[in-house]
Design a protein around this ligand. Sequence first.
Ligand SMILES: NC(=O)CC[C@H](N)C(=O)O
Length: 222
Amino acid sequence: MTQTTEQKIRIGVLALQGAFSEHIILLNTLPQVSEAVAVRNAEELAQVDALVIPGGESTTMALIAERSGFWPDLENFVRTRPTWGTCAGMILLSEKITSGGTLKGDQKLLGGLGISIRRNAFGSQKESFEAGLHIEGLEDAERLFSGVFIRAPVMDEILEPENVQVVAKLERDYGKTPKGTIVAVKKGHLLGTAFHPELTRDNRVHLYFVKMAQDWIAQNLN
Ligand SMILES: NC(=O)CC[C@H](N)C(=O)O
């Protein structure tokens, strides 16, 4: 606990497509954040300490980043800087896609999170749901966090069990998705959540990421 640095950090939210403004609003409620800003290009990325890749369409985000020449900068950033991917963002941080979507595995990924995923595996938009979750390490952890799942990816396999920490699992069956399905993981400076904490008023997962980023920066980058 005492290791957490008091230094405020500047957080970027990738704003090529998707639910980025909701993340910016919630991050700006945290006293540990000096400022949360939209990031659309390499210049803006160079000015932030940590990054959030939001939900949306991972294929579209990858395409826009590639066409504008921004992709290699993103790849470099996520290799060493704290990054959190929610839903589509988590897909981009995964190592491989085993099924789902139209690109059949040839979708570009940033990687790093040590997991493989299935896109859209919880079902269609109509099958969106909310699940009460216990998230390890969250402030006031006994209080359930409401996880919102919208065409979410399912984590298929943990490819690096020695490095990937499971942070949350489904606590009962939801449709075809069984109890025990992993919905949040952490690996070093990377965090992935299959759900959308930015669509709630609860900023505890944002706080979790910010503290994780502060610790990482204090221990590895200063
Ligand atoms: N809500 C979401 O971010 C959905 C993710 C989307 N299905 C994708 O594959 O990118």
